[in-house]
Ligand binder design. Sequence first.
Ligand SMILES: NC(=O)c1ccc[n+]([C@@H]2O[C@H](COP(=O)([O-])OP(=O)(O)OC[C@H]3O[C@@H](n4cnc5c(N)ncnc54)[C@H](O)[C@@H]3O)[C@@H](O)[C@H]2O)c1
Length: 326
Amino acid sequence: MILVTGAAGYIGGYLINKLLEDDKFADYEIIGIDNFIVGYRENYDLIKKDKRVKLLEGDITDKDSLKELIRDVEIVYHLAAISGVNACNNHPDLALKINVEGTLNLLEESVKNNVEYFVFPSSCAVYGNVKDEIAREDMKIEPLNKYGAMKASCEALCNAYYHSYGLKTVVLRFTNIYGVGNYPKWRTVVANFIKRALSKEPLIIHGSGEQKRDFIHIDDVIEIYKLVINKNAEGETFNAGSGYTATIKELADIVCKIAMEKGLNPEIKFIEKREAKERFISYDITKIKEKLNFKPKYDVESGIRKTFNDIENILKKGFREYQRVL
Ligand SMILES: NC(=O)c1ccc[n+]([C@@H]2O[C@H](COP(=O)([O-])OP(=O)(O)OC[C@H]3O[C@@H](n4cnc5c(N)ncnc54)[C@H](O)[C@@H]3O)[C@@H](O)[C@H]2O)c1
């Protein structure tokens, strides 16, 4: 069995659908749980009806129900969290309870029930300021916010459980994930730009637009989730990015170019910056390429093109919000 926590969330629900399509995972049953604090209950309707899937309402902070749930589980894909810098800043106590204590509960029950793999989604936020602009896994981590600090704590817990108990933990330091999946995460920059272009509203850039990040398409994220069930991943931490960086201005330009090809006339508007200091971070993904043979399918432009088409289709059905903003 595979347990996916955060199954009503952006990555969790899509991961379940993609596992169901993959012959390599054909022998697994999948249990999804979510407490619907962020993802809506209706998001479960976007997950394929399949007799191998059981979708439950459950909370990872509830130790007793975890005990029941995890009994025959072999792989834990742990995606339940209060995700993002703002949400953790606004709700630090809740975030500590869910993100750190919840992860600890799952690790503990995983060991007791002989789970084999425990896959944890960390973040580039653990790096803080990267001086030479390229983040590598062997660098000292210096998180600058509560979200990053909680991710760093969970990374340390995963490593401790690997070394103390042999639980095969895998830490994935994701960058900015974009793309539609089962649904778009509208507040992310790519989805937001595309929706604005399609709605004939200006694309808003905070600050200079020179902030630079690595962007990874959600389909490449799913590929990584499949690849980590692998001897070479056990006890390891990986930069889980595409290796393709872009500035926010470059993203806006690509969205404008695609919109113009479709006969739209988009404009970009610059407003005051949101962060005191604009950050630049590129990702060295040599390790995940070499150890797991990961080859990203999408560079930034091809990924945005796919996302543009997917969002056009989804908007034809009417705009819907899929998540609460905490
Ligand atoms: N999306 C990204 O760009 C990104 C980047 C780096 C890391 N991550 C990490 O990946 C994970 C999943 O991200 P996402 O984008 O799918 O987030 P999301 O907010 O869409 O999904 C998280 C889900 O967890 C659920 N949840 C929260 N607390 C819970 C609890 N106590 N018990 C059960 N369910 C609970 C929420 O209702 C939500 O549906 C998070 O840990 C996030 O920090 C995401």
